[in-house]
Design a binder for this molecule. Structure first.
Ligand SMILES: Nc1nc2c(c(=O)[nH]1)N[C@H]1C(S)=C(S)[C@@H](COP(=O)(O)OP(=O)(O)OC[C@H]3O[C@@H](n4cnc5c(=O)[nH]c(N)nc54)[C@H](O)[C@@H]3O)O[C@H]1N2
Ligand SMILES: Nc1nc2c(c(=O)[nH]1)N[C@H]1C(S)=C(S)[C@@H](COP(=O)(O)OP(=O)(O)OC[C@H]3O[C@@H](n4cnc5c(=O)[nH]c(N)nc54)[C@H](O)[C@@H]3O)O[C@H]1N2
Ligand code: SF4
Ligand SMILES: [Mo]
Length: 750
């Protein structure tokens, strides 16, 4: 085993408030909160899977972890862990082969497909869980080893609407442009479509003071665990009709503007576009908004006045507006985030210490994953691939002619829909996504994957997507690798190796170097994360997400470095850049330094209610499971706690259907049908059903969801579609003649 970095190292302990125990200071493998952990290799200890996990003191998690974090080491020792490459034989079986054989086979197929149909016939799908080093190298591999324009990633499902809106209005996309701890000082926090209490439990501590002041405002069609935090005088819960947040936001703007509560000095000095915002919001007086969004006009007025009273212009301690997937995963997600930013600007929040707008990034490296080039239109450093200067800079770092770089590819939903179609990609390489479970309209995705000539999946467990592959390559996970992650705050932190991977497993950096060599690629393909980081830093230099002042060595002693962190003069007495915890103090990074408010209108869901689908289906998460469930369904404690999905149904709807708690109901949309137990609860609106998406096959809610996308961001409308519900028992007769797997479980679809 390699020598372990210890968090007893004085510098690191000082920088991170380390636990002081023996062990490796790192961060959780799952979400963007990136809670600090100490991992202590402990091969002898029963139940620890060779590694003991402790929470570590850190500003964001204050030593706390959620249940997923505590149990994270179990995935290291998953009984079905992949430890050898697998190749599908002519009769459909997956058989173990050596690495050389697997890589030769992949390279020969890729060359053949490229020769026959051109470089774009090979596509790549990445993930927001990859380290910065891997995200960077994957983008480079696609553009120069494969030469394809067709690379995109699961962040398209996650952060693309928030990113698009922030780029348009604020000139930059850093999820939270301030440290999370700033929330504590505010008088009000407006949370739109974010269920932090289940999706980032330790972060709730930062809302305690705001709740104490009665200032937490939660907008969610469900009384979620987070909405509950606003009960009992601690704030307000607005429970809109799904998909109508834009109307809520327009009404709040209307009230601020008509009651003289907007910060006109700030708007004058720091923004453009006010007149059009005024014109459009004039339409949404509270009583009219109530007709569409269902939130009582009086509650809209209370919320607007509460936010205004908290704003610095009116003598408050400050206020924050935060958005989550509940409002972003919509056909009008970009517009809704634009409206949320406009609201924050009317209140004069962005750029003031103790106030602001932010989007709560989701995946572990959801932030860094969208900065280093796995998005179809981006190069490292958050540069745009159609910008000639950006192309020239990055091509020089990569040592290739600028003209050899491909252009913009297709965003995820379009890319998946084009697989195996005439003229579409014939091969797909997947790195860090279980898209068969997590992509919208999943049965159509299954058909597209089946139409490929070659599907290659890198993973450490046999995910549902991996099990469809022609070649599976087993790779290292979290505690077995070095790297960096960029948390929801834009803070760049170190992921550290605590244990050796099982023999037979390789790092993805190694896989790409091997494939690049076999594809005859020029360019350097480092396999050491620290060297790849140095190259990434050079490639990002001068870009919006500038990491050029960072290195593994620096991050090993300082874990409080937020990008942009540009390099300062080489050697010679210039102090290193301290990083940028807070953005926008003096200006916005736009051409004129102002925030540009974009006027938007409410359109409504693509798949709206109709006679044969008279209810809303909304989807999301439960605390115990992560994403497609590929990891957490393999952790016994979590799988036992929540073994499968349920559909949340209001008692009034349940009574009308005649179903009791736990009874199976069938949900049907234009795309498909699933049957799951009903969970009867007053927390949901009577016109709405909620189902989480962490399960596959017949229990997969993405068999139901629509693949309609936001026209600006390409983000799918996961959150809202029209559904019909019936008691499952009425289908018994039909099912006997047309047998269909129908039980809750983890099986792959037939
Ligand atoms: N336990 C757990 N934690 C996670 C993850 C996980 O899979 N499991 N994933 C991580 C990732 S990648 C992400 S992106 C984040 C997501 O974190 P969140 O955004 O907090 O998660 P969701 O549950 O998808 O959606 C949040 C809320 O949106 C509500 N919602 C649905 N439709 C609407 C609507 O029309 N309007 C409004 N206002 N709200 C609506 C849902 O009821 C839900 O309570 O979580 C991260 N953390
Ligand atoms: N209905 C509905 N669907 C949704 C959502 C929703 O709210 N509702 N949310 C969407 C959102 S926000 C997201 S982020 C997506 C996420 O959904 P997915 O893209 O499926 O994300 P994960 O389940 O995290 O999949 C990661 C896979 O990669 C593997 N993996 C983890 N780390 C690595 C690595 O470093 N390298 C490699 N090669 N593999 C790795 C894991 O084992 C797992 O199999 O789901 C989206 N789908
Ligand atoms: S909140 Fe997120 S980062 Fe923290 S322990 Fe849970 S899953 Fe891990
Ligand atoms: Mo996400």
């Amino acid at each position: 085993m390699t020598p372990l970095p210890r968090d007893t190292d004085t510098a690191l302990t000082a920088a991170t408030g380390g636990a002081g125990t023996e062990g490796v200071a790192t961060h959780c493998p799952y979400c963007a909160l990136q809670c600090a952990q100490t991992l202590t290799p402990n091969p002898g200890l029963d139940g620890d899977n060779g590694v003991a996990v402790e929470g570590r003191a850190f500003p964001t998690n204050r030593g706390g972890l959620c249940q997923k974090g505590w149990t994270s080491a179990e995935v290291l020792a998953a009984p079905d862990r992949l430890t050898t490459p697998l190749v599908r034989t002519a009769d459909g079986d997956l058989v173990p082969v050596g690495w050389d054989e697997a890589l030769d086979l992949v390279a020969i197929q890729l060359r053949r497909i490229r020769d026959e149909d051109g470089a774009d016939a090979v596509a790549v799908f990445g993930g927001g869980g990859l380290t910065n080093e891997k995200a960077y190298q994957l983008g480079k591999f696609a553009r120069i080893a494969l030469g394809t324009a067709n690379i995109d990633y699961n962040g398209r499902f996650c952060m693309s609407s928030a990113a698009a809106a922030a780029n348009q209005t604020l000139g930059i996309d850093r999820g939270l442009p301030f440290p999370l701890t700033d929330l504590s000082g505010a008088d009000a926090v407006l949370l739109l479509g974010s269920n932090l209490a289940e999706t980032m439990p330790p972060s709730v501590a930062h809302l305690a003071d705001v709740r104490g002041r009665g200032g937490l405002v939660v907008v969610d069609p469900r009384r979620s665990a987070t909405a509950d935090l606003a009960a009992d005088g601690q704030g307000l819960h607005l429970q809109p009709v799904p998909g109508t947040d834009l109307v809520v936001l327009m009404a709040l703007q209307h009230i601020l503007l008509t009651e003289g509560l907007a910060d006109l000095d700030y708007l004058e000095a720091r923004t453009t576009g006010l007149e059009e915002i005024r014109r459009r919001s004039a339409l949404w007086w509270p009583e009219r908004a109530e007709q569409v969004c269902g939130v009582p006009a009086g509650v809209l007025r209370d919320a607007a006045r509460l936010l205004a009273a908290a704003s610095p212009a009116r003598g408050g301690r400050g206020a924050f507006v935060l958005t989550g997937r509940g409002v972003e995963q919509s056909r009008q997600g970009t517009a809704t985030v634009s409206a949320a930013i406009n609201l924050a600007l009317l209140l004069g929040l962005p750029g003031r210490v103790g106030s602001g707008y932010g989007a709560v990034t989701g995946q572990g490296n959801g932030q860094g994953g969208r900065e280093h080039g796995q998005k179809c239109d981006q190069l490292p450093g958050y540069r745009m691939i159609n910008d000639p200067d950006a192309r020239a800079h990055v091509a020089a770092v990569w040592g290739v002619p600028e003209s050899s770089l491909p252009g913009k590819g297709q965003p995820a939903v379009e890319l998946l829909a084009s697989l195996g179609t005439p003229g579409g990609p014939r091969a797909l390489l997947v790195h860090g996504s279980n898209l068969l479970v997590s992509a919208p309209n999943a049965q159509q995705v299954a058909e597209r994957l089946a139409a490929l000539d070659l599907l290659v999946v890198c993973d450490f467990v046999p995910s549902e997507t991996a099990m469809l592959a022609d070649v599976i390559l087993p790779v290292t996970q979290w505690a077995e690798e070095e790297g960096t992650m960029t948390s929801l705050e834009g803070r760049v932190i170190r992921r550290r190796k605590a244990i050796d991977p099982p023999s037979g497993v390789r790092s993805e950096l190694w896989v790409w170097s091997q494939l690049a060599a076999r594809l005859g690629s020029k360019g350097t393909w480092d396999t050491e994360p620290t060297l790849v980081f140095d190259e990434l830093a050079r490639a990002s230099r001068g870009g919006r997400a500038d990491y050029s002042g960072l290195s593994h060595a620096r991050l090993d002693t300082e874990e409080a470095l937020y990008w942009p962190c540009p390099a300062t003069g080489a050697g010679g007495g210039v102090a290193p850049h301290p990083g940028t915890p807070r953005l926008f103090a003096d200006s916005f990074p736009t051409h004129d330094g102002c925030a540009h408010m974009v006027a938007v209108d409410h359109v409504g869901p693509a798949d709206d209610l109709r006679p044969d689908a008279p209810l809303y289906l909304v989807t999301g998460r439960v605390l115990q499971h992560y994403q497609s469930g590929a990891q957490t369904r393999r952790v016994a404690t979590l799988a036992t706690a929540v073994p499968g999905p349920t559909a949340e149904v209001h008692p009034l709807l349940a009574a009308r259907l005649g179903v009791v708690d736990g009874e199976r109901v069938r949900l049907t949309t234009s795309r498909g049908s699933v049957a799951v137990p009903a969970r009867i609860t007053y927390s949901i609106r009577p016109d709405t059903i909620f189902m989480p998406f962490h399960w596959s096959g017949a229990a997969s809610v993405n068999r139901l969801t629509t693949d309609a996308t936001d026209p600006v961001s390409g983000m799918p409308e996961f959150k809202v579609c029209a559904v019909d519900i019936t008691p499952a028992r009425r289908h018994l007769a039909r099912r006997e003649t047309h047998p269909e797997p129908d039980h809750v479980g983890t099986e792959t679809p037939a």
